[in-house]
Design a protein around this ligand. Sequence first.
Ligand code: SF4
Length: 314
Amino acid sequence: MATPITIGISACLVGQQVRFDSSAKTSHFCVKELGKHVQYRAFCPEVAIGLPVPRPTIRQIKKDDMIIVARPDGSGDVTEALAEYGKRVAKVAENFSGYIFCAKSPSCGMERVKVYSEDGKGSTSDGVGAFAKEVMKANPLLPCEENGRLNDALIRENFVARVFAYRDWQQLNKRGLSKHALTQFHARYKYTLMSHDLIAYKQLGRLLADADIELEQMASQYIAGLMSALKKIATRKKHANTLQHLQGYFSKELTSEQKQELAQQIDDYRNGVLPLIAPLTLIKHYQREFPKDYLAEQFYLDPYPADLKLRYGY
Ligand code: SF4
């Protein structure tokens, strides 16, 4: 049986009542939908460093040139403890395929965390949770997102696709890397990359063709390039362009009516009339009817379990 995909997550998002007021912040999507396909490792850094439940609120405070995490009056500074715990979890997270942080938390927030002035009268929204910062810093390739941002259909799809792609990469590493395996991997991501960043696809192809680069260095440059390209949101225009390329594989088999129907669906998708799932379903139908080996391997056609319905919303 395949090892399950492991994702780190803020404990309150999976229903643990660990927040300052003893509540949870359960994410329906994380628990009921994504949770069917992954296993979570839940962490509450504030509880882990010994803070009680319930507990007085803590916040990020700009003090001189530093940002500390403490009670609103500046007492009970836990900045160091949270960072130390973050470093410990960062080690464990090396084996994860993603991480979902709880938004806005002074400990877990991934970005835009409120930072208060010392007198508490003003604030900016440019902080990063003291715990999250360490996990992300030590694992720059790890796909990370926040619960709030996951409500956006495009961001949700993008995150899940990155998780499954990263996992694919981790599996490849377990099986053993070779230049040939890397080339095959790149071929599998051709249309995924085309829908996110065509230039990156070409650059990564050139990287793999460079005979002077050692395998290890090539692999680390490749995965950094791939993960960075996948972070770019795939727009309707780029998807439509990708779909047209896929349509080309069936040019010999399809009747002119079938070609017209598919072209119309791609156009309707491009213009926002249909969701991505519509033309994709038709292409997958033709792939079943007239199988092409190259397409059978494409991550683009089946990036993650279909029941997540991530291609229905845009
Ligand atoms: S946001 Fe992080 S620190 Fe706060 S309750 Fe949730 S898991 Fe704990």
